[in-house]
Design a protein around this ligand. Structure first.
Ligand code: APR
Length: 225
């Protein structure tokens, strides 16, 4: 079976009702990214950060995977599919995808300050003052600005071994995720699904649609490869 790797970002979940970050009316217009999504922000005001992620977790209960997530999961019948996502929601898994690498962490998990003890909490809020087993503060299991991205080497290997790469709904502005495309082998077909213009290299087939419609088109294109 051919290996297909999806690189997904916030636009993948937009039709499910989760806001993107950098579009107009996106999350970073309403919140100061450095206050709620950086390691410095966590040290300055952990309560504000917990509140932000408690809200995101609560929202996850209200949303469902969309057709785009479902088509990616269905493609496992015909391809060896890996999803490398910058998203912290669990909509790929809930749609049925079985191999998902969460580069920027997972909303449904929390951990101790050193990130060595990871706990699944589902969508419940973290209470003020909750501690991990080692006595440190419980924190969201999220990769913030200013932190290492531990799964980037797994993602790089997947992209380097891919027969087909598909980018869906990311502005490709945040590194190291945005650099993954540079690890594709020469002549590997690359598709990009996004309703807006995103700057990527030249040999990329652009499908200028939202994720769900774009994935329907991609499913047809894949039959011709
Ligand atoms: N379908 C597909 N793409 C869409 C849709 C949609 N329905 N709606 C918007 N988009 C596209 C936008 O055009 C944009 O290119 O999704 C992209 C979203 O870009 P960003 O908001 O920058 O999100 P993302 O690239 O995932 O951000 C990367 O930034 O703040 C961090 O950690 C956060 O993981 C996040 C990272």
């Amino acid at each position: 079976m051919k290996k297909i790797v999806f690189l997904t970002g916030a636009g993948m979940s937009a039709e499910s009702g989760i806001s993107t970050f950098r579009d107009s009316d996106g999350l970073w217009e309403h919140y100061d990214v450095m206050k709620v999504a950086s390691i410095e922000g966590w040290y300055d005001d952990p309560e504000l950060v917990q509140q932000f992620y408690n809200e995101r977790r609560a929202q996850l209960d209200q949303v469902q995977p969309n057709e785009g997530h479902r088509i990616i999961a269905e493609l496992e019948k015909d391809f060896q599919v890996s999803v490398v996502t910058q998203n912290v929601d669990n909509l790929h898994e809930r749609a049925g995808s079985t191999h998902v690498v969460h580069l920027h962490g997972e909303l449904t998990k929390v951990c101790n300050e050193s990130k060595t003890d990871v706990i699944d909490i589902g969508t419940r809020p973290v209470q003020k003052g909750e501690k991990a087993k080692d006595g440190s503060r419980l924190r969201p299991f999220i990769v913030w600005f200013g932190e290492a991205v531990p799964l980037i080497s797994d993602a790089t290997q997947l992209v380097a071994a891919a027969d087909i790469v598909v980018i869906v709904g990311t502005s490709m502005q945040v590194y190291p995720a945005a650099g993954l495309i540079n690890y594709t082998r020469p002549h590997t077909p690359i598709f990009l699904i996004d309703p807006a213009q995103v700057s990527v290299g030249t040999h990329v087939t652009i499908i200028r649609e939202k994720a769900s419609r774009g994935m329907e088109i991609l499913r047809e294109e894949l039959k011709n490869l």
